[in-house]
Write a protein that binds this ligand. Structure first.
Ligand SMILES: Cc1cc2nc3c(=O)[nH]c(=O)nc-3n(C[C@H](O)[C@H](O)[C@H](O)COP(=O)(O)OP(=O)(O)OC[C@H]3O[C@@H](n4cnc5c(N)ncnc54)[C@H](O)[C@@H]3O)c2cc1C
Length: 350
């Protein structure tokens, strides 16, 4: 019998499986072939200061440390080049009001270290429109998530810890000593289905706020920008010479192909960001759904009535930064009974 059966091999299920395996537990991950994996669509952007007001989550310093250490350890374990590309970010002010938010944060010792020099209108990378100027931000970059997911899938597969299955939770049997599902027997089940947790009858009561997004891959001249540029939209110069550009947000239509409306929104954003948008061509586009939550905190914990059922989800738009730290906390809870950080524990909604 397995110790843990995990549903979903997105970044959450993958990193939790890796963490539990490193702590000596036997796991198996069931995934439907990344049918709806937002981790495959995501840009993997690392940005400690989110939103219009440049606020940081109080745990950001811990997240950054855990993220660096986990992705470095994974590169060694999988014998691959580094997954993280550290690139400073030019943060563009969207309005004069945002300059005041920046000034306020400069006096905040918790985040002041991440705020670099301010620059004036027209002083961003050549070709970037910055009518209100901006500032340089450090501790930013991106994680190559598709390569990481492929590597982890192969690693899990190599130890008989991965299977392609479209899980139907109506067939779950909970017995006195464990769970049975799709021919697997395990002491515990952990659900990591991304936004499809809304179809999970055991956890559909949690306040998920799925957030669909579209991003594009652009071809364009090298050195269009040297930094990650982040204003109303972001543009990431990729190691292979292309660019990632995004993203949209939508809460009503979650599924289906990229719509004309979404394309137009990105096109409008690109015209706002580049002096000459004809220098780039869209070569790929993809849509996915962020597993965002009503209170912007993740969902970790154990079902209130079924102690063998657990959830590890709700990482919203910042899974690349926050999942490694949360995977350690989830393992501490499952293996040692150490209390979960209160803000993530699903007990807050029970
Ligand atoms: C457009 C876009 C841009 C983004 N950009 C960023 C970014 O720059 N930085 C960042 O940190 N985050 C970003 N995100 C968010 C990021 O994708 C998430 O935070 C994170 O990847 C969520 O990982 P997950 O494992 O919880 O979910 P997912 O990646 O969605 O993984 C869930 C997995 O479970 C599988 N699954 C679900 N149900 C079943 C079932 N019943 N049976 C079998 N398999 C099942 C799915 O197919 C999938 O493989 C972005 C998201 C989108 C959509």
């Amino acid at each position: 019998m397995l110790d843990y059966l995990i549903i979903g091999q997105g970044l959450a299920g993958s990193l939790l499986a890796w963490t539990l395996t490193r702590r000596g537990r036997q796991v198996r991950v069931l995934d439907d072939g990344h049918r709806t994996a937002s981790s495959r669509v995501a840009a993997g952007l690392i940005n400690p200061l989110a939103g219009m007001r440049f606020n940081a989550h109080p745990r950001t310093t811990d997240w950054l440390a855990a993220m660096r250490s986990a992705y470095a350890a994974l590169a060694r374990e999988l014998d691959q080049p580094a997954f993280v590309h550290a690139i400073p970010m030019q943060r563009l002010f969207r309005s004069p009001e945002q300059v005041r938010f920046f000034d306020r944060q400069r006096d905040n010792p918790a985040v002041a270290d991440w705020l670099g020099a301010r620059f004036g209108p027209g002083e961003a990378d050549p070709g970037i429109r910055a009518p209100h100027g901006g500032f340089l931000q450090s501790h930013t970059g991106y994680v190559e998530l598709p390569r990481l997911l492929d590597g982890l899938r192969d690693w899990l597969h190599g130890q008989d810890a991965w299977r392609q299955v479209a899980v139907d939770l109506r067939t779950l049997r909970i017995t006195p000593d464990g769970v049975e599902l799709h021919g697997e027997r395990a002491a515990h089940l952990i659900c990591c289905e991304g936004y499809r947790m809304r179809d999970n009858p055991w956890f559909d009561w949690l306040p998920l706020q799925p957030d669909r997004g579209v991003i594009q891959r652009l071809d364009g001249p090298r050195r269009l920008c040297r930094h990650i540029v982040n204003g109303a939209h972001w543009l990431i110069p990729l190691a292979d010479g292309g660019y990632r550009f995004g993203a949209t947000h939508a809460h009503r239509r979650l599924e289906g192909p990229v719509s004309e409306e979404e394309r137009e929104a990105l096109d409008h954003g690109l015209r706002g960001l580049l002096e000459d948008p004809t220098r780039v061509t869209v070569v790929e586009e993809a849509a996915g759904v962020r597993p965002a939550t009503a209170d912007r905190q993740s969902f970790l914990g154990t079902h209130p009535r079924e102690p063998r059922l657990h959830i590890f989800n709700g990482f919203g738009a910042r899974g690349a930064l926050s999942i490694p730290w949360h995977a350690e906390r989830m393992a501490d809870w499952l293996l040692d009974g150490r209390p979960l950080p209160a803000e993530t524990d699903i007990a807050r909604h029970a």
